[in-house]
Design a protein around this ligand. Sequence first.
Ligand SMILES: [Zn+2]
Length: 85
Amino acid sequence: MIKLYYVISRQVSLKAYFFLFIILHSAIELKGSTGELDLYGNPRKYIRIMDKESAYKEYKRCGTRIIKVNIPGSSTYFSPACQKI
Ligand SMILES: [Zn+2]
């Protein structure tokens, strides 16, 4: 298993926090991700752009292959061209 550690600047940290807030707020507003139902059987409306279905496929926005990275307890997916570390 490869472990990745990065030291990021305060500016990058604040930018990541800002976009994390936007994404989480959107997901909550739309009551969760599509493909799942709420307690009352209603479909959830947040559409994930990258997930396990899109891993290693071409990202429509830039044509780069989507990368999957395992993190403790979860996985994350990103475009190495658009989302540089
Ligand atoms: Zn990209």
